[in-house]
Design a protein around this ligand. Sequence first.
Ligand code: UDX
Ligand code: ADP
Length: 457
Amino acid sequence: MSIQNILCVGAGYVGGPSMAVIADQCPEITVRVVDINPERVAQWNSDTLPVYEPGLDAIVQRCRGRNLFFESPTPDHVNAADMVFVSVNTPTKSFGHGSGQAADLQYWESTARWLRPHLKRGAIVVEKSTVPVKTAEAIATILHYDRPEQDIAVLSNPEFLAEGTAIRDLEQPDRVLIGHGDSPADQAAAQALADVYAHWVPREQILFSSVWSSELAKLAANALLAQRITSMNTLTALCERTNADISQIADAVGHDKRIGPRFLQAGVGFGGSCFRKDILNLAYLCEQEGLNVEAAYWRSVVLLNDHQTDRFARMIVEKQFNSVAGKRVVIFGFAFKPGTNDTRDAPAIRVCRSLLEERAKLVITDPQALEHARQDLAGLAGGITFEPDPYRAAAGAHAIALVTEWPEFAALDYARIYAGMEKPAFLFDGRNLLDAAALHGLGFNVYPLGRRARTHL
Ligand code: UDX
Ligand code: ADP
């Protein structure tokens, strides 16, 4: 089966970049990305894309209007499609049964209901968002209602891209995973999807599994990564008390080939749209199966992550003589990690809330995420200023709290910053980005995480 027309429903962080790369790598395939939010569509058609990803602009420039289109959804889109990727949002439920834990599948379900009457025979529907185990089955039930099963194949194809490196991850993925059913039609559909990826991904990196395993593998990968970061974070407090250095520990354990060096960077806690959501989802699935001990294990990762963020916020208050009321505290970095404007579940939100409760005057600076920061903190009481220039942000400040390790922050002139700050000047490095000894030499009282503090007090 040869795919000529691809439709993607949902032009978000997953749908937009992944379809742009497919369009770029497969010039003979027409890719249409639709979104119910007309503003999103307009942004994708403008010079300022709604998603900030290094390398994305160039690809969109190359392909948009050639074989890549961003549009508002119509039944004709569905009719024309050989393959439909669904990458609508699947946030954590905020109401009813499973609130705060289970995935909210209303967008997925309404998409399936909308697609069903318009899909042509032999169409392939690909589940592209992170969704809990057995969703594909539920979606297939909706799609197959009233229609013979062989009419529409449902595949699971989880996206493993990380934000900030989305284009590299899409162009050179560690693996592509395709979950499919046993029928000949399902197997042919899986092959057709593999053929799309084979335009640029070596065949041996395209893995096949059952639909359930594919869905669960996505949750498992994120849960393992988050748990690994959390394991390192739990060691930071011990390091601070015993004068060990968490970076040296990461280096030492990372040299063990069985462990490997990546994702061992301790910090204020993980954020982003996936880790917390997926772990809570996994815990919920365990509980649904009566696996309470397993559920508690995974849930503890989220609890410890919040604990680490709170510990950092408490440190900022405690070290400044137990009070930040009325003090100007500058937050260096609001995005959940560098290289993105995304602030979903960013630890900075939790840190800011905590400091506002302590009546600090906050100044937020971030190279990309100030607009989102403004939305995230809207309605919170207290003084908050948003300042793109880190030098202006730090002028007159009592303390700097580095929450996101943007390389820009490492390149600043800290002598200049120190000169403009209130004294004693405090610097809390929540990502161990900066050279603590050098900053201490300039006069700062420096508090890294998982390393000894360097103070003049
Ligand atoms: C993650 C997965 O990596 C990706 O495979 C999946 O598809 C989506 O979820 P993402 O959320 O974009 O990607 O970012 P990631 O790079 O994994 O970082 C997540 C969080 O962990 C960030 O807040 C980051 O600061 C933190 N982190 C990461 C650490 O604290 N230490 C590390 O060593 C690595
Ligand atoms: P993700 O990180 O999973 O890509 P986003 O929230 O960034 O999530 O993007 C999901 C997109 O899906 C949003 O732009 C939203 O407007 C869109 N969306 C949700 N429901 C539908 C639907 N029924 N039809 C089309 N687009 C939808």
